[in-house]
Design a protein. Structure first.
Lengths: 426, 326
């Protein structure tokens, strides 16, 4: 037997200093690259020639709401991570560090807008009033979706990276046609109802997915047809273990120029700036001015998923640097300094978070395992002979396991033998 | 009844669909002013405008992906993929997104997208223009796959594909685009159900199952076999997913011998699926193993030798001889 090698807790430092410096700049941002920031990490509010006007729309109540949402979703993230560690979820995808990017952008959307998330947008889901316990269905293995997107205009999570981006553009092309048709009806004077509010689509993806061809094709389509879509890229700096410098050598927002629409890099840990920029972009899209790319410059403070181990590929010093830019801390500083929130508010936020966590935990335990018959039922919309044949076989096969009535008074704790043959959901 | 080519029949089917439902729209490369490389969409841009006959960027994943988005918004997109061999940039969207959307949404969402793909060889074309990738899609649950062999079916299948609430891929036999036939645009008749196989010719000694471009070949082989005194039944499968096994099984039980012919390679193909199912359903009625006639396990060969690759009358007759010799 050779010597035992324990896994290292920190990846080996082998790169040369100048390379590290270049990578650090790519990771942390360069002062030379313009980035919209209103709320600095120290909690002071700066100004921006365009976006301060949008920030001015936010009153104390809205800002407290941002903080409460961010705290709530961070608490939810902790709970879901714990649920995974306890074996209650197969996997969890943490969002900690990206709260401002998600809450700021989600709160800028309106009910008539349609949102296509990737799989980490728990914060956006919160802003769209998706029941957060529903989000856990997929991670508990009881659904591949979990909620009905028609209820909230928040689409299902998409796990094939960037595959949702062309869906968003197509949906936006549909909105375009609907609005054109509505305008034609209105011009005829036949409209007896108030006009539907103008809508746009927002699609989320990450720095990793930005390399996928679907992002490129989507941006080409969006530009060609002037589709009302906002591409919201959360550059959280790590595609599992690969740094964003491998995905791009320029700020991702610069790519928009190549497609011919505006691209804006915003401090993704600044909820006020993210909200302002997204509100501007969605208005731009709704008004028929075409697509916008927003790059929210942020950081995935935790692991990619609960199956990941960031100590294998990045320095804890980098995480420390980013923790100093924490989105919650800076808004708390601002709210306290402006006298917009006091201890009672923050205590209440904490209590609400704990209540949500308890609700989510309880609901997770209660999530029902579906019957596989629902999968038979949902493969096709219309009747399908092969599905019917296989279902019939399955029923007959399952029935063979049913115990005879005299053995039905099974010992305590044994599963109900009829379980497999009952409960057709639809 | 009107006589028209398969290409014209599809054109008329699309026109009827655009006329009937304002939510229908066509998307694809060069389908507008040019009318498609096969002119299948000829004249539709002028008639219905650029919002409904959409010349897209040259990006198949983008075409299918945006069609999914349009379908989620309540539209009925009909996508044209220019050639069989160029569908693969869109394969991810078709198999991971389009096919699964209804299932993964627990039935809440439907994406009734139609994908039209001209397929098959025999046109002397260059690489990637002559392939038959239908089995790759048939293996994917959530999709329906149909393929017309004549003008009447081409007209009705086009309309039925759009009316179906599931995603449908229509494989169009490109070397038959100019094959003329009678089309009744008022009444589908026996073609009311696109997923049902048709017995085109009754026989008693053996059955040949074919679809798409090989249906006329199978019928010609049956004619030739008749001259040798063999009564051959010919089935046009019409639907590749689902497959109408009831019709095929009934025929196999009657004749006891089954030959399946397609242009696609036999290995892992539709013929193998039919052979396996019929072996289970009609084992005691079979006088011979189910025999497949198809392409070889190689990339589609160069045009100058494609006649050696493609199943023809003689290849089907050779298979029938083997089946009848048992």
């Amino acid at each position: 037997m050779g010597a035992t090698h324990l896994p290292s807790t920190e990846f080996d430092e082998t790169a040369a200093d100048d390379q590290l410096e270049a990578e650090a700049e790519a990771q942390l941002g360069s002062p030379a690259e313009p980035m919209v920031q209103l709320l600095a990490p120290d909690g002071t509010l700066g100004t921006d020639p365009v976006f301060s006007a949008y920030a001015d729309r936010l009153d104390g109540e809205k800002l407290r709401g941002f903080y409460a949402d961010m705290a709530k979703i961070r608490r939810f993230d902790v709970e879901a991570t714990a649920l995974q560690r306890q074996g209650q979820l197969a996997l969890w995808v943490p969002l900690t560090g990206q709260e401002a990017a998600q809450i700021g952008s989600g709160r800028a959307s309106q009910p008539q807008d349609y949102i296509f998330p990737t799989y980490r947008e728990h914060g956006v889901a919160l802003t769209r009033n998706v029941d957060l316990a529903e989000l856990l269905r997929q991670f508990r293995g009881v659904s591949n979706g979990g909620w009905n997107p028609k209820d909230t205009n928040f689409h299902l999570y998409t796990l094939v990276l960037a595959a949702q981006t062309p869906h968003a553009v197509g949906y936006a092309m549909g909105i375009q046609r609907d609005q054109k048709a509505a305008a034609a009806v209105a011009a005829d004077g036949a409209q007896d109802r108030p006009a539907e509010p103008k809508a746009a689509v927002m699609v989320y993806f990450g720095d990793g997915a930005s390399s996928e061809g679907d992002v490129h094709e989507s941006m080409v389509f969006a530009a060609s047809y002037n589709a009302p879509v906002v591409f919201f890229c959360q550059n959280n700096h790590w595609a599992i273990s690969v740094p964003s410098s491998v995905q791009t050598r320029i700020p991702l927002s610069n790519r928009a120029k190549g497609y011919g629409f505006p691209g804006i890099r915003v401090d993704g840990n600044d909820a006020i700036a993210v909200h302002a920029v997204t509100e501007w972009a969605l208005e731009h899209a709704r008004e028929g001015k075409g697509p916008v790319l927003i790059e929210a410059f942020t950081y995935r403070v935790g692991a990619h998923t609960t199956a990941d181990d960031p100590t294998k590929y990045r320095k804890s010093a980098e995480e420390t640097l980013w923790r100093a830019k924490d989105p919650l801390d800076r808004l708390e500083k601002y709210l306290r300094a402006q006298g917009l929130a006091d201890d009672a508010f923050f205590d209440q936020v904490k209590a609400d978070g704990d209540e949500l966590a308890a609700y989510v935990r309880k609901t997770t335990y209660d999530l029902e395992t579906p019957d596989i018959r629902t999968a038979f039922a949902n493969t096709y919309v219309e009747a399908h002979p092969l599905v019917a044949e296989e279902l019939a076989w399955f029923e007959e096969y399952s029935a063979g396991f049913a115990e005879t009535p005299e053995h039905n008074s099974a010992e305590p704790g044994s599963p109900d033998p009829d379980d497999a043959a009952t409960g057709v959901a639809r | 009844m009107t006589t028209m080519t398969i290409a014209k029949a599809i054109n008329e089917g699309l026109r009827a669909t655009l006329d009937n439902n304002p939510r229908t729209l066509l998307m694809g490369e060069d389908i507008g002013a040019l009318g498609g490389v096969y002119r299948v969409t000829d004249g539709l841009l002028a008639e219905f405008g650029a919002d409904r006959v959409v010349d897209t960027p040259l990006a198949e994943s983008g075409i299918i992906g945006t069609a999914i988005g349009l379908a989620l918004r309540g539209y009925l997109p009909v996508c044209e993929i220019q050639f069989d061999g160029f569908v693969f940039p869109g394969f991810n969207q078709i198999t991971t997104q389009l096919a699964k959307m209804h299932a993964r949404s627990n039935g809440n969402l439907t994406v009734p997208v139609v994908v039209r793909i001209p397929y098959g060889g025999g046109i002397g074309s260059i690489e990637h223009h002559s392939e038959s990738p239908e089995a790759l899609f048939a293996h994917t649950a959530g999709l329906r796959i149909i393929t017309p062999s004549n003008a009447h079916d081409a007209y009705w299948m086009t309309r039925q594909a759009v009316e179906c609430q599931d995603p449908v891929i229509v494989f169009e036999p490109k070397r038959r685009y100019w094959l003329k036939g009678e089309v009744d645009t008022q009444n589908p008749g026996a073609s009311a159900d696109p997923f049902k196989a048709h017995v085109l010719r009754e026989g008693t000694d053996a059955t040949v199952v074919a679809y798409g471009p090989l249906v006329p070949v199978a019928l010609a082989a049956a004619d030739a076999a008749a001259e040798d005194g063999h009564s051959i039944e010919v089935i046009d499968l019409r639907s590749i997913s689902p497959i109408d096994f009831d019709t095929v099984t009934a025929s196999a039980k009657k004749t006891g011998r089954l030959v399946v012919a397609h242009e696609a390679p036999t290995f892992g193909g539709i013929g193998g699926e039919i052979a396996a199912r019929i072996s289970e359903r009609a084992f005691l009625s079979l006088e011979a193993p189910v025999i497949r006639v198809g392409g070889f396990h190689m990339p589609y060969p160069v045009a100058k030798v494609e006649e050696d690759y493609l199943p023809d009358i003689d290849r089907i007759l050779e298979a029938l001889d083997r089946a009848l010799a048992y």
